[in-house]
Design a protein around this ligand. Structure first.
Ligand SMILES: [Zn+2]
Length: 250
């Protein structure tokens, strides 16, 4: 089974925010969980680097992804307030990932309706041959073959912030990323089950504080015919889903 580790970026308390109330740490926490759900649906082992309130050192985030095929760190950007768009960084040590970073950036830009700023890399100014971004550096150092840091829009831009404040839109970003990651890993992307109340109906299913009650609501909405779980009993399935889905696996 392929494994993707998702780093939700900044921890609660980080001040990065938009003009009308979006906080990067909160938006990216939601996006990371939506991506994790999407990847599990496609048969990929997906884990987060941390629980919601943990505040890890950059090196520890990378270390927690050590057994992954792909590591992706989720961020939203800031500049002058005028700039919109999406960009995705890959490691200076993995030039072959330029194409995948480009696909991730293009897919998210399309989902957000903003500019595709494309694949980028940034080399350390002090240590040539190594990455500038600590989370990329530390994840490459533990041997993860594909490492990305994606900037999903600019939260200080009014249009991008408005998009990021909507949970259904965050699901669209997650699905766009999941499709590209499936392609990278050679795994068939499985569309969300249109016949079921989807995770995107987040006013009911998601309030930013994931717990088992919300997961039960979602699992209960799954018709048995669509249940791809290896577990025969719905209750066993439920517990397995709780275990795999909403705990920090490491
Ligand atoms: Zn950030």
């Amino acid at each position: 089974m392929k494994k993707v580790t998702i780093d939700p970026g900044h921890a609660p308390g980080n001040a990065n925010s938009g003009p009308t109330g979006y906080y990067e740490h909160a938006g990216m926490w939601k996006l990371s969980n939506f991506l994790k759900n999407a990847l599990w649906r496609c048969g990929i082992n997906a884990a987060l680097t941390r629980t919601q309130n943990e505040d890890l050192a950059l090196a520890d985030r990378g270390a927690r992804g050590w057994d992954s095929d792909v590591f992706i760190s989720e961020h939203s950007n800031a500049a002058s307030g005028q700039t919109r768009g999406t960009e995705c960084f890959y490691s200076v040590r993995s030039p072959g990932d330029k194409v995948w970073a480009g696909k991730l950036s293009a897919a998210v830009a399309k989902a957000m309706g903003n500019n595709d700023r494309g694949a980028k890399k940034r080399e350390s100014e002090t240590t040539k041959g190594y990455d500038y971004y600590g989370v990329i550096r530390s994840t490459v150092a533990v041997g993860v073959p594909h490492v990305f840091l994606i900037e999903n829009g600019f939260h200080d831009n009014a249009a991008d912030e408005a998009f990021l404040k909507n949970d259904e839109n965050l699901c669209l970003i997650a699905e766009a990323q999941a499709k590209v990651l499936c392609e990278l890993l050679g795994v068939k992307y499985i569309e969300p089950n249109k016949g079921v109340q989807p995770m995107t109906k987040t006013k009911i299913l998601y309030n930013g504080n994931l717990d088992s009650r919300q997961l039960i609501t979602r699992e209960a909405a799954q018709p048995p015919a669509r249940d791809r779980s290896p577990f025969a009993s719905p209750s066993v399935h439920l517990h397995a889903a709780v275990d795999r889905g909403f705990q920090n696996i490491q």
